[in-house]
Design a protein around this ligand. Structure first.
Ligand code: MN3
Length: 202
């Protein structure tokens, strides 16, 4: 099998009480795993099975004959990125260069939080909220939202962190209250060190 399910970067109960072990068990062990199984079935026996995941995402994006491949490949990448966005480190906030850019581009960390929660809450149906660096605008930070499995792959747009706003991400812990989930995610779950690492790698 060419594509595999990366292990969670922490234990199932590591994010409690803010995200339950039950949520992670289903979200990683069933949803994320299903995307991996589906992509392996869809690419079995073809040269696509040996491709780099991001290369396959870019190849299939917008191609009407590769919709299934795109959806499953993108969901594998998005979930791995989402797991890494979170951590058991407890409450923390952006530091260093990321903090400076946030203050420059959003006014303050609090205003960024408001923009991010609003983006996630207003994404109609399933999707993701993202913090990205736009290198085509002199390294400006931007908040984006994408629908379903989509992700920012445009040249010059570098994802720094993401929040999964599909119902399966929050329904066990928050029922239908997506804004509550987004606030807990920002206040308690984001590992800003991961976003800072992504910023340093640009
Ligand atoms: Mn999900």
């Amino acid at each position: 099998m060419s594509f595999s399910l990366p292990p969670l970067p922490y234990k199932l109960d590591a994010l409690e009480p803010h995200m339950s072990a039950e949520t992670l068990e289903y979200h990683h062990g069933k949803h994320h795993k299903t995307y991996v199984d589906n992509l392996n079935k869809l690419t079995e026996g073809s040269e696509k099975a040996d491709m780099d995941l991001m290369d396959l995402i870019k190849l299939s994006k917008g191609n009407s004959e590769m919709v299934g491949i795109f959806n499953n490949a993108a969901q594998i990448w998005n979930h791995t990125f989402y797991w890494n966005t979170m951590g058991p480190q407890g409450k923390n906030a952006p530091n260093g260069k990321l903090k400076d850019l946030m203050e420059r581009d959003f006014g303050s960390y609090e205003q960024f939080q408001e923009t991010f929660v609003n983006a996630g809450a207003t994404q109609f149906g399933s999707g993701y909220a993202w913090l990205v660096l736009n290198t085509k605008k002199d390294g400006k930070l931007e908040v984006l939202k994408t629908g379903n499995a989509d992700l920012p792959t445009e040249e010059g747009i570098v994802p720094l962190m993401t929040c999964d706003v599909w119902e399966h991400a929050y329904y066990i812990d928050h029922r239908n209250r997506r804004p509550d989930y987004l606030k807990v995610f920002l206040n308690e779950l984001v590992n800003w060190e991961f976003a800072e690492e992504n910023l340093r790698s640009v």
